[in-house]
Every structure is written in C-alpha cells, then in structure tokens.
Design a binder for this molecule. Structure first.
Ligand SMILES: Nc1ncnc2c1ncn2[C@@H]1O[C@H](COP(=O)(O)OP(=O)(O)O)[C@@H](O)[C@H]1O
Ligand SMILES: [Mg+2]
Length: 246
C-alpha cells in the first residue's frame, strides 16, 4: 500500500485552474521529489495533501485511508507533517519554545498552549535534545527573529520532524540558504529515518537529483513526467521546460 496518494486532484481559485487532474503515489520510505517551474502548482498540491485548502475535485489517501475531507490538524494526527515555503516560526519565541509548541500541537492537549508551555519540562527537554542532535544547541535560547534565515529554516525542519511523522512534506526547505547551509540541510534530510516517507518540493535540480528515489515533474497545473532520477534527467519534456531557465 502506498503511503500517500493523490488521485485526479484538481483545484480552482476563482477562474484560475491551479491543478488539473494531478495523480501520483508516494511509496512508504520513499524520498519523492516534486520539481517544476514557478507557478506549476507544487505548493497548491501540498495544500491539498495537508488539508490547508479543500480540493475542487479528486481524492487524497494516506496509507489507504481517504483523508480528502478531513481537516489539516486531523491529518497531522494521522502522521502527516509539513513545512512551508516561507519560515513559519514565531519570531519572538526562542528556537526551543517554537519546537515545544510544535510538540504540544501534536499531543491531544493542544489548547491553552501558551499558558501551559513554560511549565512543560518534558517537552522542553525533548526540544533541547532535538536541537542538540542537529548541532543547533547554540541557538536554543535565541529568539527566532535573532537567528539567521538558514538557521530558521533548519528549525522549521526540526519542527516538522519533531512529531516523528510517517509522512513529511517539505516545501523548498533549501530556498534562501547559503551553499554551506544547503549542504547541511541536505544532510538533515539524508539522515531522516529510512522508514519515514518524504515528499519534497525542490527548486535546485542538483539537490533534487541528490535526494530523490523518484521524481514527479509538474508544469502548468499538471504532471508532465514521473520516474527515477535517471529517467527524469534525460526526459525530453523536462529538458524542454528547464531549457534556458536558470
Ligand atoms: N490562494 C490562492 N489564490 C489564488 N490563486 C492561487 C492561490 N494559491 C496559488 N494560486 C495560483 O495557483 C498557481 C500555482 O501556484 P503554486 O501552487 O504556488 O505554484 P508553485 O508552488 O509550483 O510555484 C499560480 O497561478 C498561483 O497564482
Ligand atoms: Mg511553491
């Protein structure tokens, strides 16, 4: 059984058809990359999968369960986590506090988050351990707005991984990072547990080819190619849409 499946998903925003009949399957433990030019519909697809917006038509299943009509937080509880294209941290909270909030949001007692959070020693210990594990302990007590953009993106990744999701959706986690930070973030993705299913949108082809078991190429709201790294590297349609682009 596939981990995550989109079946003929379409999405209209008023007159704009952002997605038309998009289908693909992500297998358990796979590193599945989505590439494609700006405006192709990649982020919209993530919004459909994560439940940020409803589909116009089509179906989404998670380990065989139809999740098309269930809200985002219920999908998260079923093991589907995501990051956003833009950093999603609370700027005035420390890196640790941001992670504690993410850990709390996963647990059933998510309400009254702020009043509760400072008392929750266990979650603070786990957040600290996560930052430690990823070599970021020096920023643990710094406010998110005071750390570099690259560090913020790494904390974003830790937030998404913190709940130990079954399926992790990463929307351009490398965007805006320095070359050294990209190497680091790629390393983080490489060191995710092998049984964790990863679906990731990536702009940089080298990064995509480095990480991917399988690649889906989107263009103008549809899927134009899907295959292994080698198949996609040499795919005529893919070369065509990327020719002349960066
Ligand atoms: N909330 C929205 N409202 C209206 N149009 C949207 C919205 N989100 C995305 N779109 C449109 O859908 C298309 C695909 O956008 P997007 O999914 O962000 O592309 P990508 O992530 O591949 O760059 C674009 O034409 C975009 O303007
Ligand atoms: Mg996008």
């Amino acid at each position: 059984m596939s981990a995550l499946v989109a079946e003929a998903v379409s999405k209209n925003f008023g007159g704009v058809q952002a997605l038309s009949n998009v289908s693909f399957a992500v297998e358990q433990g796979e590193r599945h990359l989505i590439i494609g030019p700006n405006g192709a519909g990649k982020t919209t697809m993530f919004n459909m999968l994560s439940g940020a917006f409803p589909v116009s038509s089509g179906r989404v299943t998670l380990f065989g369960q139809d999740i098309t009509n269930i809200p985002a937080n219920a999908r998260a509880r079923l093991g589907l986590a995501r990051t956003f294209q833009i950093t999603n941290l609370f700027p005035r909270l420390t890196a640790t506090e941001n992670i504690v909030l993410a850990l709390q949001a996963q647990s059933k007692s998510a309400f009254s988050m702020f009043s509760r959070m400072r008392g929750d020693k266990d979650l603070f210990a786990r957040a600290g351990a996560l930052l430690d594990e990823w070599g970021l302990s020096e920023i643990a007590d710094k406010a998110a707005r005071e750390i570099s953009y690259g560090q913020q993106r790494q904390v974003d990744l830790i937030l998404a991984m913190a709940s130990n999701p079954k399926v992790l959706l990463l929307d351009e986690p490398m965007a805006g990072l320095s070359a050294a930070e990209v190497v680091r973030a790629v390393g983080m993705v490489h060191s995710l547990p092998k049984d964790m299913t990863v679906l990731m949108i990536e702009h940089d082809m080298d990064v995509a080819f480095d990480l991917a078991d399988r690649i889906t190429v989107m263009h103008q709201g549809g899927v134009i190619a899907e295959g292994t790294t080698d198949e996609i590297r040499n795919h005529p349609k893919v070369t065509e849409i990327y020719l002349g682009a960066d």
